[in-house]
Design a protein around this ligand. Structure first.
Ligand SMILES: *[C@@H]1O[C@H](CO)[C@@H](O)[C@H](O)[C@H]1NC(C)=O
Ligand SMILES: *[C@@H]1O[C@H](CO)[C@@H](O)[C@H](O)[C@H]1NC(C)=O
Ligand SMILES: *[C@@H]1O[C@H](CO)[C@@H](O)[C@H](O)[C@H]1NC(C)=O
Ligand SMILES: *[C@@H]1O[C@H](CO)[C@@H](O)[C@H](O)[C@H]1NC(C)=O
Ligand SMILES: *[C@@H]1O[C@H](CO)[C@@H](O)[C@H](O)[C@H]1NC(C)=O
Ligand SMILES: *[C@@H]1O[C@H](CO)[C@@H](O)[C@H](O)[C@H]1NC(C)=O
Ligand SMILES: *[C@@H]1O[C@H](CO)[C@@H](O)[C@H](O)[C@H]1NC(C)=O
Ligand SMILES: *[C@@H]1O[C@H](CO)[C@@H](O)[C@H](O)[C@H]1NC(C)=O
Ligand SMILES: *[C@@H]1O[C@H](CO)[C@@H](O)[C@H](O)[C@H]1NC(C)=O
Ligand SMILES: *[C@@H]1O[C@H](CO)[C@@H](O)[C@H](O)[C@H]1NC(C)=O
Ligand SMILES: *[C@@H]1O[C@H](CO)[C@@H](O)[C@H](O)[C@H]1NC(C)=O
Ligand SMILES: *[C@@H]1O[C@H](CO)[C@@H](O)[C@H](O)[C@H]1NC(C)=O
Ligand SMILES: [Cu+2]
Length: 578
């Protein structure tokens, strides 16, 4: 049928679509100038590393299908890299960011251009520094809108608001991790949590009892309108519960993948995870406007005293405010710190849409099977070095399959690309624990941890299944494991030890949630699957930064496939050198 036969409206529609197609691939340019900036929090002023002087850092606003080009200039004394957390980086591993994995650091006075596309993702991600603990202050949102003309699969929000959780330290976090690694003990905990950089009214100043309104994030809403809150947990070491008084939230997207919407009063978001929730402001029913607190505080399975147990508050306020002097203030109820049952029930609710528009392409079969333990252990530390590890003569260490990862002094990806790996890494990362034990029972007598720079090598497009098993050697503890370069499907989870003969029968291969960071349940296991369809070197690590510092990290090497579009791109000319 020729165009002249089409009814006028359809023809007009075709005309409207055309410019959208032409615009479909926009390039978004940013410059990130990493500088020190004085900021005041908890009434203490400290110079912190920032991007463009902003804390939290600038927002990257993009669309599915766009190219993002960010020139990062390092004007601070430390080395720095930036990671685009959750961005798939298809064939562009050079732009992924983890120091010594995909690149050497950007040294003082140097710059580097990150250049990547956003493919098959829409929702919220975030960027953060990936060198030592610099991400404590170097972080900001990545907003990925759907392709032009493609609607959200939920009511169109009136406004969209990033809610980014952070962790504030009154001293330089670099001094804290340096001290912990020196003594072998746990690091000092943070002084406050923040929402969009602000600690809120439940914290005190050194000089006065409570913080002022300027220290509090306030979200003003209009009655009856829909808001999309883009929750991001950028905290260093703490999983967080979040809730808003008198409001039910509808979860619609996690880690830039849609989910089957479900309602909840409380959201659990681990470091490295994002969650988009719809908030419907209550209709105007004539009752006096109220102030509702939004609270976040930890979901913590470690020992009491080893985490910051304070609470950050922000305010949800209805406008027009009127001239009411004292409006009622409501506070939500959050689960107790160690509510593992809540965590298990909550994560079981997360499901992919598995619809024609958003199918769940789950590997049906997986080979070879990987079984990785994740957890803490100890190593000898014969000389007492101050506030030492679990005992005076030991220091904390952490591992995957009892291998604590040693950071190389040059980037793994470059060594892989150059075929010059012999002095950089070995390919003998164990597929299963070398010494099986009762992972969630009484710890074995020897809890020493081995170390190495070991990787798993996969051929292109392998169907990978990894069962991640928590260990209770230093007490059962939840670990938010983050995989770079992929989204994976969470096909199963359980308590106790994984049973390879029974548990796979219960795997969900129909609509498992797709994400890049998953909590390995405290004293339990989780099973993930993904296709190794992205050539490069991909870091996998606990997103509790202290555990990463202790070695709870490893890397996958995915070889090139046979076709031209299955190969890692060549390195950019400005790739930093070590
Ligand atoms: C980065 O910021 C510093 C301090 O504001 C400024 O002196 C410098 O010119 C900036 N550099 C770039 C490349 O924008
Ligand atoms: C980004 O990468 C694309 C694809 O390799 C290339 O065509 C483009 O020139 C690059 N842009 C910049 C600013 O480096
Ligand atoms: C950690 O806390 C201890 C005890 O309060 C203190 O002595 C030490 O100076 C702190 N470390 C750092 C790096 O601030
Ligand atoms: C803040 O100060 C008040 C009054 O001194 C005290 O009751 C409260 O516990 C303090 N809160 C925090 C978080 O330190
Ligand atoms: C809000 O929730 C509080 C309990 O957290 C309850 O006491 C109060 O009645 C609720 N108010 C409204 C307006 O729903
Ligand atoms: C909160 O942390 C403080 C300091 O680490 C500790 O003394 C206290 O017992 C903790 N409280 C709870 C309920 O965990
Ligand atoms: C949570 O902690 C409390 C107090 O430390 C303890 O009594 C309780 O058994 C813990 N609950 C879980 C589920 O671990
Ligand atoms: C650790 O060693 C220090 C210094 O010798 C000593 O004061 C402290 O009592 C010891 N602590 C333990 C738990 O042995
Ligand atoms: C492992 O330890 C747990 C907790 O002590 C115990 O319930 C379980 O029976 C043990 N499993 C095996 C296989 O020994
Ligand atoms: C572990 O130590 C205990 C107590 O010292 C001992 O009875 C047991 O035989 C040891 N187990 C192993 C496997 O060496
Ligand atoms: C690695 O293990 C060896 C052998 O136990 C030990 O000598 C070495 O200090 C460890 N290296 C690191 C970086 O932990
Ligand atoms: C920065 O990185 C380079 C290259 O790896 C290294 O040689 C240098 O020691 C690092 N500098 C600092 C201050 O960490
Ligand atoms: Cu961990």
């Amino acid at each position: 049928m020729g165009a002249h036969c089409l009814p006028p409206l359809v023809f007009l529609g075709a005309l409207l679509v055309l410019p959208q197609l032409l615009l479909a691939s926009t390039t978004r340019y940013y410059t990130f100038n990493v500088t020190m900036q004085k900021v005041t929090r908890l009434c203490k002023t400290r110079a912190i590393p920032t991007v463009n002087g902003k804390f939290p850092g600038p927002k990257i606003l993009t669309r599915e299908g766009d190219r993002v080009v960010v020139k990062v200039v390092n004007n601070i004394k430390q080395n720095v890299t930036i990671h685009w957390h959750g961005v798939r980086q298809l064939r562009t591993g050079w732009s992924d960011g983890p120091a010594y994995i995909t690149q050497c650091p950007i040294q003082t006075g140097q710059s580097y251009v990150y250049n990547f596309t956003i493919t098959g993702q829409r929702g919220t991600l975030f960027w953060h520094a990936h060198f030592s603990w610099l991400r404590a202050t170097l972080y900001g949102p990545i907003i990925i809108l759907p392709k032009l003309g493609v609607p959200y699969p939920f009511p169109k929000p009136y406004r969209e608001v990033p809610i980014i959780f952070g962790e504030w330290f009154n001293v330089d976090p670099e001094a804290i991790i340096a001290q912990a690694l020196q003594t072998g003990g746990g690091p000092n905990v943070s002084d406050a949590y923040t929402i969009n950089g602000l600690p809120g009214p439940l914290y005190n100043c050194s000089s006065k009892a409570h913080l002022t309104p300027a220290d509090t994030f306030k979200l003003k809403v209009q009655p009856g309108k829909w808001y999309l809150l883009r929750l991001i947990n950028a905290a260093l070491n703490d999983e967080l519960f979040f809730s808003i008084a008198n409001h039910t939230l509808t979860v619609v997207d996690v880690d830039a993948s849609y989910v089957k919407p479900f309602d909840t009063d409380v959201v659990l978001v681990t470091p490295g995870q994002t969650t988009n929730v719809l908030l419907r402001a209550k209709p105007d029913d004539g009752s006096p406007p109220a102030t509702h607190l939004m609270l976040a505080r930890p979901y913590a399975t470690g020992r009491v005293g080893t985490y910051d147990n304070t609470t950050v508050a922000a305010i949800l306020e209805y406008v027009p405010a009127g001239h009411i002097k004292s409006r009622p203030l409501f506070r939500p109820t959050l689960p107790v710190f160690n509510d593992t049952a809540f965590a298990a029930n909550y994560s079981a609710k997360l499901r992919s849409p598995a619809s024609p528009d958003y199918p769940a392409n789950v590997p049906r079969q997986a080979e070879p099977p990987f079984f990785f333990t994740a957890g803490l252990g100890t190593n000898p530390c014969p000389t007492y070095r101050g506030r030492s590890g679990p005992t005076n003569d030991t220091k904390f260490s952490a591992s995957v399959n009892n291998v604590s990862f040693n950071m190389p002094t040059t980037a793994l990806l470059k060594a892989h690309y150059d075929g010059n790996t012999a002095s950089v890494y070995t390919s003998d990362f164990p597929a299963v624990p070398l010494v099986p034990f009762n992972y969630t029972g009484t710890p074995p007598n020897n809890t020493n941890v081995s170390n190495g720079t070991k990787v798993v090598v996969l051929s292109y497009n392998t169907s990978v299944e990894v069962v991640l098993q928590d260990t209770s050697i230093q007490g059962a503890e939840s670990h938010p494991l983050h995989l770079h370069g992929f989204d994976f499907f969470v096909v199963g989870q359980g308590v106790g030890n994984y049973d390879s003969s029974q548990d796979p029968a219960n795997f969900n291969l129909l609509d498992p949630v797709q994400r890049n960071t998953v909590g390995v349940p405290a004293g339990g296991w989780v099973a993930i699957r993904f296709y190794a369809d992205n050539p490069g070197v991909w870091f996998m690590h606990c997103h509790l930064e202290v555990h990463t510092s202790w070695g709870l990290k490893m890397a996958w090497v995915v070889n090139d496939g046979p076709l031209p579009d299955q190969k890692l791109m060549p390195p950019p000319s400005d790739l930093p050198k070590c």
